[in-house]
Design a binder for this molecule. Sequence first.
Ligand code: RM4
Ligand code: MN
Ligand code: MN
Length: 424
Amino acid sequence: MQVEKYKIEELNHQELAEHKRKLDFVSHNLPGLDDVMGKLQAFNVAIPSWALGTGGTRFGRFSGGGEPRSLEEKIEDVGVINALNKSSNSISLHIPWDIPDNAPAIKTLAAQLGLHFDAVNSNTFQDQPNQKYSYKFGSLHHVDKAVRKQAIEHNIEVIKYGVQLDSKALSVWLSDGSNFPGQLNFRQAFQNTLESLQEIYSTLPDDWKMWIEYKPFEPNFYSTTIGDWGQSLLLANKLGAKASTLVDLGHHLPNTNIEQIVSLLLMEGKLAGFHFNDSKYGDDDLTVGSINPYQLFLIFNELVEGMDARGMTHSTDIGWMIDASHNVKDPIEDLLQSVQAIKIAYAQALIVDKAALKAAQQNNDVTLAQEILQQAYRTDVRPLVAQASLLLGGALSPVNAYRSLQVRENLIKERGLKTVATGL
Ligand code: RM4
Ligand code: MN
Ligand code: MN
């Protein structure tokens, strides 16, 4: 299904007067307004192919209706999201959940919807039918060289699929770890992982990157071989300039200061990008901004400051991606909410009075520093985000538009009520 432009315009028209009032209010005397608007319009967040169906837990899965049954339908869904918010112009594929059998046709379909392909993700955390060796005890870190080789070859194959689609990065997340003390020799596991990654790295095309994701626990509950940003950064530094550290917000123990991690990775030129989500406890994969929007703002504050310090282009110099998988929400609504939350946090970070903050820091004026940050955080920037969408032909309120246009009802008519998308 495709969302027609004139229908979005009709809906926008109904909301326009109210929108203008709010926009005037927030824009009044806002320094650098044009710059903020330009940056908001340039900003896009990639949609993961595995988030378009209802996710499950290990206890069960409650599929929603009209879920995409194929890669083509997933791309169509991203097309719907992008038509509504004009900020989701790429899709990130997980192989082998979404193998592009006919890459040219897939590319054409995506291009027709104004989409391209973001990082490709390998999967050595599940055994596939007909696979020779099991990943029960890990993949790239495995004690058995034959298992490692199989996992290396899978990653190289994923790069090949990505090349056909013009992706530019391989994202590696390993579930490798151990469940019980004594199960693993940590040094050997790390060393094996490094050597495996080196083999994969050596096959990367010149203009490609390798993004190394870390996670402290789950599915292993005692140790994870790439468990935190230190271990990921160590690997990235040993591998070389094309390798860097990917930050998935849910992959931190509660209360971790993620904004500080982000700041230092940026300083080192080793921040690959993000998997955005939110969580209360761990890798809960909740809608971005649903639990701790202030933390999201603080992360964006570091991103804007740190990227500006290095002369980086916000929209393209690191990878922006959502990684979430839900049990109860309509996945498209969840993704629309997530992208909005990201853009709101970005807009708030853009309007921080950076010179004043710097001076406050210099003077150890702790109270003023907090006032400056919260002045930006408590500004209702939603009209700025809506205006950016409007200027690009998107909806003023993407979730409202999605509901008014009865997109899910139409997808159910097209695809049926009982559909199960590939993924978790
Ligand atoms: C992991 C990690 C990876 C994602 C898988 C599905 O927890 O976040 O990025 O590919 O889940
Ligand atoms: Mn992730
Ligand atoms: Mn995760």
